[in-house]
Ligand binder design. Structure first.
Ligand code: ZN
Ligand code: MN
Length: 495
């Protein structure tokens, strides 16, 4: 640790589940619909209505929880979390309190210092609140409320305070987003609010007091309004430094439990946290079981069925790509899986036809850039895996150099032709043995002295002759074949 303190972070993530309808009514959940166009008496909190649980929301919650290695409760219930806010028409949120449907899981992340396991305390289901819209122009306009989001299903995922740096927090969020997208639970668009993150941050400081070495812990600060993964990292870094400065001003004040947990907002423009209020405790919400909703029972068969349907998860893919027959580096495996399952499937196909390392290089060096340029997904990409595999093989067989191969690739992409056609049309004729022998004999003629030096035992002397031939082929001759023919020719010469 380079700093005189250790950062301790726990993340609370809310993701919006990809259901067609809300958690307890049949209203749609389309993003960007006109305000208050997706509401009904149930999500508006009218008296006398009866909520009914959305089965699909529960299934998606189960998927996520199992992918996060959570224990699943066989009995779970719904609770009312009571508070008053203009965007919460019922004055309570239906959530899960003491019996969440899942708990005690983990997510493995690949950090710069190796793999780390981040514990998950719990993942529970709850409904979203609406959105207040205030006039921020300062001209005193009315505040408005849009209740379209009210009742939208959310999964709240609470990590253990296992995260030790801003960088690891970002890695955790990227991994979580990738996982939830891959298993079809959420689109995790932070811009649209379908992934929201609060960070609980404090620091542990080793310092010398009258009693000798002691560890002081600063009080927790919960940071809200984090709108991007980058801002989560920046906020944690800022907050840790701020807490350390505050500690240094008055170390005596920092005894465990003396200072209250606070809530702060992250101001991205100013790059700083701003304290908002002291945090409510759970008791302030007067939780109690929702009498309108039946508890949910989950069977072992249901759990097994969901497990079977999950498919290969990103962390499993990373492990598999690093093992034979692919044997990719940890970095390459991370980069490929980070692009999703479709990319991994495409890679595997190319690798099977050609070889894993070349396949990975072509994807990361060329294909990723092309996809970005063309705003395409890999399944829409015109060069299909067999064609890219063929290009890689042709390149090796004909000894086509990288820059030339790139021209072939660009032609394939622009004109939708296969590798052989593109090579033909570009006039990249392979050098057969006869052509190569001509060049080799000429090069031997022109480098008599080097050849004789080589015959006298100076191994390196032949490099010059080899280089001459390579230059003559303009990158179109196979180096291994040239080397072989050259050695054969030189062997025929008397020393
Ligand atoms: Zn509704
Ligand atoms: Mn929540």
């Amino acid at each position: 640790m380079n700093t005189p303190y250790q950062i301790i972070v726990g993340l609370e993530v809310h993701v919006q589940l990809m259901t067609k309808t809300k958690l307890f009514c049949s209203c749609k959940t389309v993003f960007g619909a006109p305000p208050n166009s997706q509401v009904c008496p149930i999500c508006l909190g009218m008296p006398g209505v009866l909520p009914v649980m959305n089965e699909q929301a529960f299934q998606l919650g189960l998927r996520a929880a199992l992918a996060l290695n959570c224990q699943i409760a066989n009995f779970t219930k719904w609770d009312r979390k009571n508070y008053y806010y203009p965007d919460l028409p019922k004055n309570y949120q239906i959530s899960q309190y003491d019996l969440p449907f899942s708990y005690e899981g983990y997510l493995d992340i690949d950090t710069s210092s190796g793999s780390r396991r981040i514990g998950i305390i719990r993942a529970h289901l709850e409904e979203d609140a609406g959105k207040s819209m205030h006039d921020e122009s300062g001209r005193g306009g009315d505040s408005k409320v849009d209740l379209n989001r009210t009742g939208t299903p959310l999964l709240e995922i609470v990590s253990k305070p296992d995260i030790r740096s801003a960088e690891d927090a970002e890695t955790y969020l990227r991994e979580l987003r990738l996982l939830l997208r891959e298993i079809g639970v959420s689109d995790c668009e932070m811009q649209e609010g379908s992934l929201r993150c609060d960070a609980n941050v404090n620091i542990h400081i080793l310092y010398s007091s009258d009693n000798g070495e002691e560890i002081a812990a600063t009080p927790l600060v919960e940071i809200k309004n984090l709108n991007s993964i980058g801002s989560v990292g920046r906020a944690i870094q800022y907050e840790a430094e701020r807490q350390y400065e505050a500690f240094q001003k008055d170390p005596k004040n920092y005894r465990f439990g003396k200072l209250l947990k606070t809530t702060a907002g992250w101001n991205e423009a100013r790059g700083m946290t701003q304290v908002q209020r002291h945090k409510e405790e759970a008791a302030d919400y007067r939780y109690f079981p929702d009498p309108d909703l039946v508890p949910v029972v989950v069977t072992a068969e249901q759990i097994e069925e969901v497990k079977r349907s999950l498919g290969e998860l990103p962390s499993q893919q990373r492990t598999r790509l690093q093992a034979a027959p692919f044997s990719l580096s940890a970095y390459d495996a991370q980069v490929l899986t980070g692009q999703g399952r479709k990319m991994v499937a495409y890679f595997e196909e190319v690798a099977k036809i050609s070889d894993p390392k070349s396949a990975c290089n072509w994807l990361t060096n060329e294909v990723f850039a092309s996809l970005k340029e063309r705003s395409e997904e890999i399944d829409q990409f015109p060069i299909r895996a067999p064609q890219l595999g063929e290009l890689i093989n042709e390149m090796k067989q004909l000894g086509i150099k990288r820059e030339k191969a790139r021209d072939v690739y660009q032609k394939m992409l622009a004109e939708n032709v296969d590798a052989k056609t593109a090579i033909d049309q570009l006039g990249y004729k392979p050098f057969d043995d006869n052509l190569l022998l001509d060049l080799i004999r000429k090069a031997i003629e022109g480098n008599r002295k080097a050849v004789l030096d080589y015959k006298k035992g100076n191994e390196k002397a032949l490099d010059r002759v080899f280089g001459t031939v390579m230059r003559e082929t303009k990158g179109m001759g196979r180096p291994d074949r040239i080397k072989q023919l050259l050695l054969e020719e030189v062997a025929k010469i008397e020393a």
